[in-house]
Write a protein that binds this ligand. Structure first.
Ligand SMILES: [Zn+2]
Length: 366
């Protein structure tokens, strides 16, 4: 058996844990339940439900309210296909440590008396000075079992097996985290393999240099389809679907507006007193938005290089280049594929000629 988190279960849990960790001094433990299904070879966590209403919450302790929990676990009446399969809580730390997502002795005593079969522990700490993109990876470690110790001041009794168990590590913004799943044997908490379609999706996006932070809202439909294709049971025949949706997402990706550092000075320039950055990939829609604000220019590489402003004619619904160097007022219409592929195509009866375009855009300061 293993636990697989699908949908946005993992992201929801992480956001809940981060929400209770505004800073280390003010950090408190997060707590919630995971709803889903128990299948012959796996537990599937489809939704997570962060629980705000607890009896007591501190940096190293959370005491759930049993009545509230019972109410939420009865949620199968609301979410007809789901039942409660797990709960999660966080371990907020001041730094990243070895074994920081392991159960405490109190965790062992508490959870073996609970009805839920799986426990998830999320260890997290704000350790980065600079904001990091969302990254998730799988890790493996020796399988361990944690047995409650009658000496309440001691650590739980630990048994190590020769097998390995999978867990998740990652970072987001200034937070590093580690997530491990445990099976409740009713006398101990024992490592169980943890999978998440969000990890596999995250890895695919990283491999193809697509970053969620750079995607517009329109891309989210394809991202959902991609997440679905990465689930364990869709793995057969999934690669065609992954390629298809990945291509759609890539087309929607916005060239990341970056504040230039000294190393970037080869691809920035001043035009009309504006500091512009070279756009290495640009969607047609994005070009129109920039053109409406007057924030996009292009170098047209003919025999010589001609600087043009990219403008949009609202009435004719056409994106066009206005020559700023040779003949102001002379214009060239641009089709969507030309913007996206970075060339102007001149089609005459007997010939097709392509002229490369370099787009320069003003960073959108929101
Ligand atoms: Zn704990």
């Amino acid at each position: 058996m293993h636990l697989e988190l699908t949908n946005q279960t993992l992201a929801t849990i992480l956001l809940d844990c981060m929400h209770h960790y505004p800073s280390y001094k003010k950090a408190k433990e997060a707590f919630g339940v995971i709803l889903g299904a128990t299948e012959p070879t796996s537990y599937i966590g489809e939704y997570s439900f962060p629980i705000g209403n607890v009896d007591f919450r501190a940096q190293d302790e959370v005491s759930p309210n049993k009545q509230i929990n019972q109410m939420i676990m009865n949620a199968r009446k609301l979410v007809a296909t789901s039942t409660s399969i797990a709960s999660y809580h966080s371990h907020p730390f001041d730094g990243a440590y070895v074994d920081w997502a392991r159960p405490s002795n109190e965790d062992c005593h508490y959870f073996i008396n609970e009805p839920l079969e799986i426990q998830l522990i999320v260890a997290l700490a704000q350790i980065y000075d600079e904001s990091k993109p969302y990254k998730l990876v799988y890790k493996k470690d020796s399988t361990k079992e944690f047995i409650p110790n009658d000496n309440m001041d001691a650590d739980p009794i630990e048994k190590t097996e020769s097998t390995e168990t999978q867990y998740i590590q990652g970072h987001f913004q200034n937070v590093a985290f580690e997530i491990r799943a445990y099976l409740n044997t009713e006398s101990s908490l024992k490592d169980i393999d943890l999978f998440s379609s969000e990890v596999e999706l995250n890895q695919t996006l990283w491999q193809h240099d697509v970053h969620l932070e750079q995607l517009p809202a329109e891309a989210m439909y394809s991202i959902r389809k991609l997440e679905y294709a990465h689930r364990q049971k869709s793995q057969k025949n999934a690669s065609d679907k992954i390629d298809y949706h990945l291509e759609k997402v890539k087309k929607l990706q916005i060239a990341n507006p970056i504040i230039p550092t000294e190393d970037d000075y080869h691809n920035i320039r001043f035009i009309n007193g504006l500091l512009l950055k070279e756009a290495t990939s640009l969607s047609y829609k994005q070009a129109i938005q920039l053109a409406r604000k007057g924030n996009i220019f292009a170098d047209l590489h003919e025999d010589s290089v001609v600087l043009c402003q990219v403008l949009f004619d609202e009435q004719a619904n056409v994106l066009f280049l206005e020559d700023l160097e040779k003949e102001v007022g002379s214009t060239i219409d641009l089709a969507d594929y030309m913007v996206e592929n970075g060339y102007f195509e001149e089609i005459s009866l007997c010939n097709i000629r392509k002229f490369p375009l370099t787009f320069w855009v003003l960073e959108d300061k929101k």
